[in-house]
Design a protein around this ligand. Structure first.
Ligand SMILES: C[S@@+](CC[C@H](N)C(=O)[O-])C[C@H]1O[C@@H](n2cnc3c(N)ncnc32)[C@H](O)[C@@H]1O
Length: 219
């Protein structure tokens, strides 16, 4: 098993017990995400961790496929799903680069910055968004944070306290979304040093009116 997976598998039981650091910000991110879902919406989540977000959004979507490469995270998520009786949520163990299909909304909450290379993941997840659909993300732009945080991250990775992360600025993240063919339609930064919340839309093909479903969407 590759190293990053081992790290997250080891962390899973503790991660499940960790309280959300900023409950108000989390609730606001859910509220903003819900605005782009609907009873027919197909949702894919990459790096879902122990599944709290997928389960919290289940009532706002038609179907949620929530994935993570950590089998331990997924096992905890699946237990929570059964307890909640969320029949329209499916948890599956998968690396982000194994994901395929086409979805109304793709979620990557606190994922891009914990990958060794963020941009290929942004590009691949953007390719799974239907025209007119959205990529919703929560992302820490470590390059804009303190020099201390920037310098410490590679040290932590080297000693195995944290996986190798991607260090990019807000401007670089916006450029990644643009290169992936997406337009940011909602951005929210709860406070300094916090993760940015973004909703980035894949434009419809020219000539297709905004109120028409995309060709591969159910009418
Ligand atoms: C910081 S946690 C975020 C979990 C959850 N989305 C949240 O907001 O609480 C990052 C998650 O990404 C997963 N992850 C990291 N690298 C991954 C990869 N290459 N493919 C799929 N999942 C990955 C980890 O297992 C972990 O659950």
């Amino acid at each position: 098993m590759r190293e990053p997976q081992k790290f997250w598998n080891r962390l899973a039981p503790r991660y499940a017990r960790m309280p959300v650091r900023d409950q108000d910000a989390y609730r606001e991110k859910l509220r903003r995400t819900r605005m782009h879902l609907g009873p027919q919406a197909s949702v894919l989540e990459a790096g879902c961790g122990t599944g709290s977000t997928a389960l919290a959004l289940a009532d706002a979507a038609g179907h949620v496929l929530a994935t993570d490469f950590s089998g331990k995270m997924i096992a905890i998520a699946e237990k929570k799903r059964r307890e909640a009786g969320a029949a329209n949520v499916e948890f599956r163990t998968a690396w982000w680069d194994e994901l395929s299909g086409s979805y109304d909304a793709v979620l990557a909450m606190n994922v891009f910055h914990v990958l060794p290379h963020a941009e290929p993941a942004v590009g691949h997840l953007a390719s799974l968004v239907k025209p007119g659909g959205v990529l919703v993300s929560s992302t820490t732009c470590v390059a804009d944070n303190s020099v201390f945080a920037r310098r410490l991250a590679p040290v932590f990775a080297a000693v195995g306290v944290f996986p190798q992360i991607s260090i990019f600025s807000r401007a670089q993240y916006e450029a990644m979304l643009a290169r992936a063919g997406l337009e940011i339609i909602d951005s929210w930064h709860p406070r300094r040093l916090a993760a940015w919340f973004d909703v980035a839309r894949k434009p419809l093909p020219p000539g297709q009116p905004a109120d028409q479903p995309a060709p591969d969407q159910p009418a």
